[in-house]
Design a protein around this ligand. Structure first.
Ligand code: ADP
Ligand code: MG
Length: 443
């Protein structure tokens, strides 16, 4: 069956492209199976299907509709050459099924509602997403516009909706970033195929378009998108958008487009609070099947309050480090990884910066810190700033002393020792140190 289908597809393709392109891009494809209206094709490598998708999107859509029917799908598998040569005697087709599996709808199958941890920061967005996936198109949340800063789960959420909808029979879902859309548009102009492109888009049941801020300044692209948007809207098709800013803050986008974006539900993904960060970490740790002390998990959740991507980044680095060095995941390792990942790369943690943070925290001027003053609170602030200078910078003891009013290295050693002693004996002091530590890291 799959061979027959593919043959039919090929005959259409042949009539639509040059024979050179046909030989290069379509001849090497092997049909593998046909099941549930999905034709699975084996392509030589990842680049291959990306090229096909980028250049022959409209054509593929046409053949899907003609040969497989409206709800037909094409799925790609990447052939695994290494295995092929290894098992040459084994006549079966060696394919790494687990490797990359790319679907025509561009969705990443790992983005699911199930793995999208709920919290105050995302409850409205998640609830709306679920409602939409149950009843795409005809619901009060059409279009859905999700916005929020980087790494807060926009792509994960909008793809979860897409994955859920794509399970419905008769529903075609397509996910695309605004950048990719812009490229498709430019290509279609070059190849004189704008009509096909538009035709492809207006026949989708659920269009998900990510990072719409990149439409900025691309007027012609916006015009085409506006047209597609209206067509879909008119036909009660579901549209889902994501952007890094709220519609009113989006720059370089046509007013009429922005006003369309706002015409359904606009919802923000906020930064996760401590409890949600903890839940996310615990979920990911459970999924990885690893053990990390709860104290360390709490420490990460407390320190990394920027976004989920950075939380994940810390976790992944921790795993990598402890696997390579075979060390246990300790609080020291965690600290150093957090400072490397979360620290704003544009901002170097230097002595001056530490002095500023400490001076603000203790409400003591930097001049006093550098001066001869011996009042207890000033001495403590000075010692704490020295302690962190030693901890966070590569300056020598001598250089640190120099930055604190020209004191010598033994004063710095003494300061570090005193602070360590106080951390061990005074819980209240320890809490202060932890807070300063956090402020230095996060800024
Ligand atoms: P954005 O598109 O907003 O930049 P992503 O959707 O790419 O962010 O999310 C970044 C990472 O964080 C992804 O790996 C995603 O799976 C994860 N993530 C974000 N929010 C959550 C959440 N609520 N629960 C679990 N993982 C999340
Ligand atoms: Mg994203």
């Amino acid at each position: 069956m799959h061979e027959k289908h593919w043959e039919n597809c090929l005959s259409i393709i042949k009539n639509n492209i040059t024979s050179q392109s046909f030989i290069t891009w379509f001849k090497p494809i092997i049909p593998k199976s046909y099941k549930d209206k999905t034709l699975t094709l084996i392509v030589p490598n990842k680049f291959f299907y990306e090229w096909i998708e980028n250049h022959y999107l409209e054509l593929l859509n046409k053949i899907i509709i003609k040969v497989l029917g409206k709800d037909g799908k094409i799925e790609y598998l990447i052939s695994d050459k290494k295995n092929n040569s290894k098992n040459r005697n084994n006549k079966s087709q060696e394919i790494s099924e687990t490797k990359s599996k790319v679907f025509f709808n561009n969705l990443n199958k790992n983005y699911r509602f199930k793995s999208f941890i709920p919290g105050k920061c995302n409850s409205v967005a998640k609830a709306a997403g679920k409602r939409i996936s149950e009843n795409p198109g005809r619901n009060p949340f059409n279009p859905l516009m999700v916005y929020g800063g980087v790494g807060l789960g926009k792509t994960h959420l909008i793809q979860s909706i897409g994955n859920k909808i794509s399970k419905k029979i008769n529903s075609s879902v397509y996910y695309v970033t605004s950048e990719k859309f812009a490229n498709q548009f430019i290509d279609s102009l070059k190849e004189n195929k704008l009509k096909d492109l538009i035709n492809f888009y207006i026949n989708i049941d659920c269009l998900i378009i990510d990072d719409v801020q990149f439409f900025k300044g691309k007027e012609k692209t916006q015009e085409v998108f506006f047209h597609i948007f209206n067509q879909l809207n008119l036909n009660n098709k579901q549209i889902i958008l994501a952007a890094d800013k709220s519609p009113v803050e989006l720059e370089g986008l046509e007013k009429r487009l922005v006003s369309r974006f706002k015409s359904g539900l606009t919802v923000e993904l906020e930064k996760p609070d401590y409890k949600t960060r903890l839940d996310i970490l615990e979920y990911k740790i459970k999924m990885e099947n690893i053990k990390i002390d709860s104290e360390i998990i709490e420490y990460i959740a407390f320190q990394v309050d920027t976004n989920v991507r950075e939380l994940e980044g810390v976790l992944v680095s921790l795993l990598a480090h402890s696997t390579i060095t075979k060390e246990d995941i300790s609080i020291e390792l965690t600290k150093s990884i957090i400072s490397k990942i979360v620290k704003d790369t544009n901002r170097e943690i230097d002595i001056k910066y530490i002095q500023e943070i400490v001076s603000k925290y203790f409400q003591i001027s930097i001049e006093d810190m550098k001066d001869k003053a011996r009042r207890k609170e000033i001495v403590i602030a000075r010692q704490v700033a020295m302690y962190f200078s030693k901890d966070f910078t590569n300056n020598s003891l001598k250089s640190i002393g120099y930055h604190f009013g020209g004191r010598d290295h033994s004063t710095v050693i003494h300061a570090v020792q005193s602070v360590n002693d106080m951390i061990d004996t005074d819980n209240f002091f320890k809490k202060n140190i932890e807070e300063i530590n956090r402020r230095i890291l996060i800024g």
